[in-house]
Design a binder for this molecule. Structure first.
Ligand SMILES: Nc1ncnc2c1ncn2[C@@H]1O[C@H](COP(=O)(O)OP(=O)(O)O)[C@@H](O)[C@H]1O
Ligand SMILES: [Mg+2]
Length: 474
């Protein structure tokens, strides 16, 4: 739809704002940007390529939308191309912000469509999916390319964008949460740095946490945790919760909170990059349905159920109630074809599993403290099963791992090779000493993927036999 003719004031306004995107955002888009958002817009004037690695909810997408509209207003033949790893991110998230921003600048822009906004045939903004790589060719002139969630954008798209940059005045704005310590976005901050203006935003920079130290944040009372000057950005409560959940040396603390690429410990069992990949991957549903159940006693952490079909995790549920047997059973009843449920039989788990077996659930008692099948290599069954999960994650055989808490826990597990050459997983006490909570969700995933030989229903009789997997006689 063509835009209504601009008034003289608007034309003057545009001229004024051409070199000053911050003024444009304030006066025409009516935005109240925070410092780093203003810095991002300003750097698009001075630099051809700007890359922003930033913490969770720092206003990246919001400022990207402002940049797109500024580019259209400032350039008579301006084209803005926007992309992100998934179509939902393009259409709902990035374009959700662009549509809302355009509408806020009342009467200034024509009504946007779902993923496009056209002022004239040579002046428009467009959202593209990254699986349309070829579509990135053929834009010439004054082009702004916005890559939201840039770490998830594949290398061939980065290459196609390099192709567009070959001619004309082309700017690139790449933004994202630096969750993966490899790939094109990572290169921009390391080996491929030249030609880029790199920026970092930590949660401690945001208005909600500015001026606070970690100690001060941890000491804040309940009511102060919700006093955030800009509650839509990363909040005090969120940062505190994540500190308690992940601890200071966790790769997710590095990336989601500090805005740094994850420095994963050399002794991390499972890389965050594999978890990220498993969170995006969808594996065709085939093969048996298998569940893993980690059982918490009253006052302990969570009882967690993880169900997979083949390599795809189809369900992840957690309960913090004192006795969750009823809830777990109700959930399992929704899966009549479940082939086996691998349950942690330690402590309270034993009776819990007996109860489920009584109700007809095909239960396998797993005691991870027991002897592994490969005694040369592993200190105990826990190490063997976690190692099995590691191999599957590395090989790309796990999909549907979308639970952020589970990802955080998996990426936080450490292992060591003992002097006798056997692999051992850090004990719960060692983990606690590092300030890490009990990784219940990781355990449930590990149990769901546990390879314990032929599935079987463990009867009371067999429990009296010494077995790596069954509980020993009481
Ligand atoms: N300057 C701002 N003024 C008003 N709302 C904002 C501002 N910056 C961000 N927001 C809002 O805050 C939320 C988080 O911002 P978003 O851009 O999605 O963060 P990120 O992309 O870094 O995760 C969104 O709802 C967004 O609309
Ligand atoms: Mg975003």
């Amino acid at each position: 739809m063509p835009s209504p003719p601009l008034t003289k004031n608007q034309i003057d306004g545009i001229k004024l704002c051409k070199r000053d995107p911050v003024a444009f955002a304030r006066t025409i888009l009516r935005e109240d940007l925070w410092t780093k958002q203003r810095e991002i817009l300003s750097s698009l004037v001075a630099h051809r390529r700007v890359a922003v690695k930033a913490c969770h909810a720092s206003g990246k997408t919001f400022v990207a939308a402002a940049a797109v509209l500024w580019w259209l207003a400032a350039n008579e033949d301006g084209i803005a191309i926007t992309t992100a790893p998934t179509w939902t991110q393009v259409k709902k998230i990035l374009w959700g912000e662009i549509r809302a921003t355009a509408q806020r600048a009342t009467g200034f822009f024509p009504d946007p469509n779902v993923v496009s906004l056209q002022i004239s045939p040579n002046r428009y903004a467009l959202g593209l999916a990254t699986n349309q790589g070829v579509n990135f060719q053929g834009f010439h002139g004054k082009v702004l390319i916005v890559m939201d969630e840039a770490p998830g954008i594949e290398g061939d798209i980065w290459e196609a964008i390099e192709g567009i940059r070959a001619g004309g005045d082309v700017r690139v704005l790449a933004l994202g949460n630096p969750v993966v310590g490899s790939g094109s976005f990572f290169d921009v901050f390391t080996s491929g740095r030249s030609g880029w203006h790199p920026m970092t935003i930590s949660a401690w920079d945001t208005p909600n946490l500015a001026g606070l130290t970690l100690e001060a944040l941890l000491a804040l009372g309940e009511d102060h945790l919700d006093r955030n000057p800009r509650p839509y950005l990363t909040t005090r409560r969120w940062v505190k919760e994540k500190y308690l959940e992940w601890g200071p040396n966790h790769p997710l603390w590095e990336s989601r909170v500090l805005g740094n690429f994850p420095k994963q410990a050399a002794d991390a069992l499972i890389s965050l990059a594999w978890c990220e990949a498993a969170s995006k991957r969808e594996i065709e549903l085939s093969g048996p349905e298998v569940a893993g159940l980690d059982i918490a006693g009253p006052g302990e952490d969570e009882t967690v159920l993880c169900i997979r079909k083949g390599g795809q995790i189809t369900k992840m549920k957690a309960w913090s109630t004192a006795d969750s047997r009823g809830e777990v059973l109700a959930e399992l009843r929704l899966h009549p074809n479940l082939e086996i449920l691998n349950g942690d039989t330690n402590g309270i788990g034993y009776n819990f599993l007996l109860h489920l077996a009584d109700k007809g659930i095909p239960v396998c008692h797993v005691n991870v403290g027991k002897t592994p099948r490969d005694q040369q290599k592993f200190a105990n069954l826990k190490a063997e099963l976690y190692w099995g999960l590691r191999m599957k994650m590395e090989a790309g055989e796990v999909g549907g791992l979308t639970d952020d808490v589970a990802i955080g826990q998996l990426a936080g597990i450490r292992y060591k090779i003992r002097s006798d050459g056997k692999t051992q997983i850090e004990t719960k006490d060692e983990a606690r000493a590092r300030g890490v909570k009990s990784p219940d969700r990781a355990e449930a995933v590990m149990l769901a993927f546990a390879e314990l030989g032929p599935p079987r229903n463990v009867s009371i009789e067999s429990l009296t036999k010494e077995s790596a997997f069954g509980r020993m006689s009481a």
